[in-house]
Ligand binder design. Structure first.
Ligand code: EPZ
Length: 413
């Protein structure tokens, strides 16, 4: 069983470089299917979810070559439109391949995606969007078969600004006939990065960073190279590592614009934030102050930072309230933090967190990516040794996390 052992109580200090964004790289790797040729990607994070996405691309006939700091993806010989079930189940973003296969080949066969256990995570908005584009959908024995003779531009209003559904509709429609307008679209920076990548390939998409995205279908997309944006959640995670240990941490290669709400909340807890051209530095007080969090779609406070702030606020002076508005069950980490002395009470979508000065090391188990990250942060602040089991969840989304934390003075093995 993969585990981390962490000796807490060390004040973290130093500088760490942020890697490429997991949630931008995954849809962009899927989108390489659309040019039926070569794409060179830079700043792709070396994490499990990216390896899984590469495995799927190779399984359906694509070729992946890694050279130093670049990844060359060749999708000219894709020969099947069926995504293997075992790989579909490994992560949520495998469903994004459906939009790319439908956009290029007008067919796709896949099962319901897997991913972190943080709620039911249906794909009804994805499928409704496909249907509006004129795609026939048949579900049989847990498999979904999609096909069409052509993709017709249309108007699609999303019941909820779903990141994945927005991405899937963009991928399915950018080579279609006519214009598709998505209203109530998600505005996350990762979608802006995907649209920048597609437009560089020759797509004609407008409205990124707004809730109205217009996709004018084009005939062909060309071979390009592209640099993936930095990971805003990884950036927030290392800033909180500084905050929870009363430390002083500088992160480089991060975009402060992408985490404005996170930086505001860190300042509310009495941390000092210094923003320079290509870096963000945090200097924390000995003990941070309580504050309240409500997760919202971008540009609101990101749900992926919810558990990470749950850990931070469990050490605060005072009581904090967190409200999780995006996923219906994203508090599984709380019971594990409570074993370490945190005082987190869950009532539906709300967490009431009474700050505690007595966080102690013990054995805990990770259940998902961001909950696992929260346990690492709690362990860094704890007195004594913490053992975290199931760290494969954490390695899905954080590149070289052990190495980066050691560089900041953490005792992690
Ligand atoms: C993306 O997931 C991210 N994953 C998630 O990050 C992130 O938490 C989420 O967006 C919200 O920001 C990737 O980009 C790979 P959604 P996604 O569709 O696309 C409901 C991480 O830790 N919904 O915006 O799955 C859904 O159940 C991961 O890096 C429907 O009801 O998120 C959820 O309650 C975790 N029907 C809400 O919308 C649908 O068809 C938001 O989901 C689709 C979604």
């Amino acid at each position: 069983m993969s585990k981390f052992i962490i000796e807490g109580g060390k004040r973290l200090e130093g500088e760490v470089q942020i890697s490429g964004s997991k949630n931008a790289a995954l849809p962009i790797i899927a989108a390489t299917i659309l040019n039926k040729g070569k794409t060179v990607l830079y700043n792709v994070p070396d994490i499990q979810d990216v390896h899984t996405m590469f495995e799927i691309i190779q399984k359906i006939g694509g070729k992946i070559n890694k050279k130093h700091n670049k990844i060359i993806i060749n999708t000219s010989e894709i020969h099947t439109y069926e995504i293997p079930d075992n790989l579909m189940r490994q992560m949520r973003s495998s469903v994004i391949l459906a939009g790319a296969l439908l956009g290029k080949y007008h067919q796709a066969r896949f099962s319901y995606p897997g991913g972190c256990e943080i709620g039911s995570r249906p794909i009804d908005l994805h499928l409704k969007g496909f249907e509006k584009l004129g795609i026939n959908i048949k579900e049989e024995h847990g498999e979904i078969f999609c096909n069409t003779s052509q993709i017709l531009g249309t108007q699609i209003n999303l019941d909820f600004p779903s990141v994945g559904a927005t991405e899937n509709i963009i991928l399915a429609s950018c080579l279609g006939e006519g214009t598709t307008i998505i209203t109530n679209a998600a505005k996350e920076p990762e979608i802006e990065d995907l649209i920048k990548y597609l437009n560089k390939m020759g797509a004609n998409i407008k409205g990124e960073t707004t809730d109205r995205i217009e996709i004018i279908g084009v005939k062909k997309l060309k071979e390009i190279s592209y640099n993936i944006m930095p990971d805003r959640i990884e950036a927030g995670t290392y800033l909180v590592a500084g905050a929870i240990t009363g430390g002083k941490v500088k992160i480089t290669n991060a975009n402060p614009k992408h985490i404005e709400t996170v930086l505001n909340k860190l300042e509310e807890t009495n941390c000092k934030i210094k923003i320079e051209k290509n870096s963000i530095e945090i200097e924390a007080p000995k003990r941070i102050k309580a504050t309240d969090i409500k997760t919202m779609p971008y540009p609101g406070f990101p749900t992926d930072m919810q558990s990470i702030f749950g850990a931070l606020l469990s050490t605060a002076k005072g009581t904090s309230i967190i409200t999780e508005n995006i996923f219906e069950s994203r508090y599984k980490y709380a019971q594990e933090l409570n074993r370490m002395g945190a005082k987190i009470k869950i009532e539906g979508r709300t967490a009431i967190i009474k700050g505690s000065k007595k966080i102690q090391g013990t054995k805990v188990v990770a259940y998902d990516l961001r909950g696992g990250a929260a346990m690492i942060l709690e362990a860094l602040a704890a007195k004594g040794i913490t053992e975290i089991e199931n760290i494969h969840y954490i390695l899905r989304g954080y590149e070289k996390i052990e190495e980066k934390l050691k560089k900041l003075g953490a005792k992690i093995y």
